[in-house]
Design a protein around this ligand. Structure first.
Ligand code: GTP
Ligand code: MG
Length: 325
């Protein structure tokens, strides 16, 4: 790793972030994404900030099939939240999106031709492979946005397959978006999207079939096995192009988030999120020490020198003992 200039030292960057410096935020988001070792030096400080410790931000994942209208809805939602004076940061795993025909100025939204707005922040993040899932740094990035003080953190995840699982893991709750036609809901059942969703939305209400699609989806959700635990999730119908129905979303999200908090589900998810992160980091550390440390070589050398014909199974147990000592 090249030597870091003093101004780029993670600790200094985090101090600047805490005084509202967006460039420091942007730089730390990059570190979290591509230099986890450098980020790790401030990770404890990030976790100890009141915003992160108390989980003050509403972390909303937005997912759904490709082209469902996720980015358009995120734009509409950001604008709505800003008119209500709420601050919002967006992480998008959407490399192709041009985001609403140049409405963005750097990482900010520009309303009409006014000054860029400091209450909104956009960031495209690296995806993990072709599936469009969030890279592991995404967990730290959301923490950074929370530490900065954004009230809403919206994560858009493209594609199908594993990616929705990832976004659901990073966020408090997940909104799943479908288009009116094309049997999206059937696809969703296959892809495990129904389990991942806390709120469902039919997009493009200006196209025919939106209400029918919503009714079909509601019927499918009522059959969902865990409905007794969490209740049937709401199904909304929106048209992000003209904003129809979007104004109801923040209220629906808050209501649902509050429901999850009261039922203990929010804490349960936060716990399994932490478990997953710790497991990932610990496994990575063990692997790194196996590849770079002397323990593996030492174990094999000792076994060969003793010439007792120890099994690989036994050597692996010995090696683990050495590593964990
Ligand atoms: N008619 C109509 N078109 C919409 C609406 N919302 C989005 N679209 C269009 O649908 C297309 C896809 O929209 P996006 O917002 O990019 O969809 P996405 O889900 O983010 O797509 P990916 O990120 O590529 O998965 C674009 O051409 C949008 O203009 C809507 O409410 N009505
Ligand atoms: Mg998109």
């Amino acid at each position: 790793m090249p030597a870091m200039a003093p101004a780029d030292e993670p600790r200094l960057l985090f101090e600047r972030l805490q005084s509202g410096d967006r460039r420091a935020l942007a730089r730390l988001l990059s570190l979290a994404e591509s230099e986890p070792d450098a980020f790790a030096t401030v990770a404890d400080t990030v976790a100890a900030t009141p915003h992160v410790k108390e989980r003050r931000a509403l972390r909303l994942g937005i997912t759904g099939p490709g082209g469902a209208g996720k980015s358009t809805l995120v734009d509409a939602l950001v604008r709505l939240l800003r008119t209500r004076g709420e601050t919002v940061a967006v992480l998008a795993t959407d490399p192709t999106s041009e985001r609403s025909g140049g409405a963005l100025l750097g990482d900010r939204v520009r309303f009409n031709q006014d000054q860029p707005d400091d209450g909104a922040f956009f960031r495209s993040v690296a995806t993990r492979g072709a599936a469009g899932g969030l890279a592991h740094g995404g967990f730290d990035q959301v923490d950074l946005l929370e530490a900065f003080g954004f009230q809403w953190i919206v994560v858009e995840a493209a594609g199908a397959g594993q990616s929705e699982i990832e976004v659901a893991f990073v966020c408090d709750l997940t909104l799943v978006l479908f288009t009116p036609g094309g049997g999206d809901a059937v696809q969703a059942l296959k892809a495990g999207l129904m389990e991942a969703g806390d709120i469902f939305c039919i997009s493009k209400a200006d196209l025919p079939g939106a209400d029918t699609a919503a009714a079909t989806l509601r019927a499918a959700l009522e059959l969902r096995a865990d409905r007794d635990l969490e209740g049937v999730p709401p199904v909304a119908v929106v048209c992000a192009l003209d904003g129809r129905g979007v104004d109801r979303l923040p209220g629906l999200v808050r209501e649902r988030a509050e429901h999850l908090r009261r039922s203990g589900e929010r804490d349960r998810r936060a716990r399994s999120r932490l478990e997953r992160r710790v497991r990932h980091l610990a496994l990575g550390e063990i692997e790194r020490r196996l590849l770079t440390g002397a323990e593996l070589r030492g174990t094999i050398d000792a076994s060969l020198a003793a010439a007792k014909g120890a099994s690989a199974h036994r050597l692996a147990r010995e090696l683990l003992g050495r590593l964990l000592r």
